[in-house]
Design a protein around this ligand. Structure first.
Ligand SMILES: Cc1cc2nc3c(=O)[nH]c(=O)nc-3n(C[C@H](O)[C@H](O)[C@H](O)COP(=O)(O)OP(=O)(O)OC[C@H]3O[C@@H](n4cnc5c(N)ncnc54)[C@H](O)[C@@H]3O)c2cc1C
Length: 136
């Protein structure tokens, strides 16, 4: 049996987990580790900001969706990769060992790299996260 762990459940991770589950052997196990319980369809964020859609229209609860596919789901943030041990350390949660790891944790927003940029202390808005779409 191989244990495949997918870190992150945006479009990259969620699709990777579902596709690999379909293609692996029956006895292989797939686990998704991601820091939120929901999938957000980011291209809809502008619609949230404009008031044309509600958050519920572009979010999916990952736990039941992954359960239906036979994929284990851990909704906890990863703290650190331990590649020499084939293991991910999680925040306030036991670490997870893997045979194969897919990293799909997305980009990190870096507004602080440009003075005055960004919604927190800067002078610009952002709709890169659904929370920002709701408040932007
Ligand atoms: C407003 C907007 C409109 C867009 N429109 C389009 C479009 O029309 N067409 C298009 O192709 N693309 C579009 N994009 C880009 C597209 O949304 C991104 O390319 C895509 O979301 C990237 O997917 P990803 O899975 O790589 O990363 P993300 O979507 O960023 O997902 C990363 C996942 O990893 C999780 N994660 C991060 N760090 C950790 C950690 N430490 N521990 C555990 N989990 C973690 C996050 O919670 C998240 O679930 C748009 C983006 C935005 C913001």
């Amino acid at each position: 049996m191989a244990h495949v762990v997918v870190l992150g459940a945006g479009p990259g991770g969620a699709i990777m987990a579902c596709d690999s589950k379909d293609q692996l052997r029956f006895e292989d196990k797939v686990t998704v580790v991601t820091k939120g319980p929901q999938y957000h369809f980011l291209p809809s964020n502008p619609w949230i900001a404009a008031g044309w859609r509600a958050r519920k229209d572009m979010t999916v609860d990952l736990a039941p969706t992954m359960a239906k596919k036979g994929i284990d789901f851990i909704s906890v943030a990863a703290e650190k990769l331990l590649p020499e041990e084939n293991r991910i350390a999680l925040v306030d949660w036991p670490s997870v060992a893997y045979d194969y790891l897919f990293i799909a944790s997305g980009p990190e927003l870096a507004f602080d790299e440009v003075q005055g940029l960004g919604p927190d202390g800067g002078h610009t808005q952002s709709i890169c996260h659904v929370d920002q779409g709701e408040t932007g």
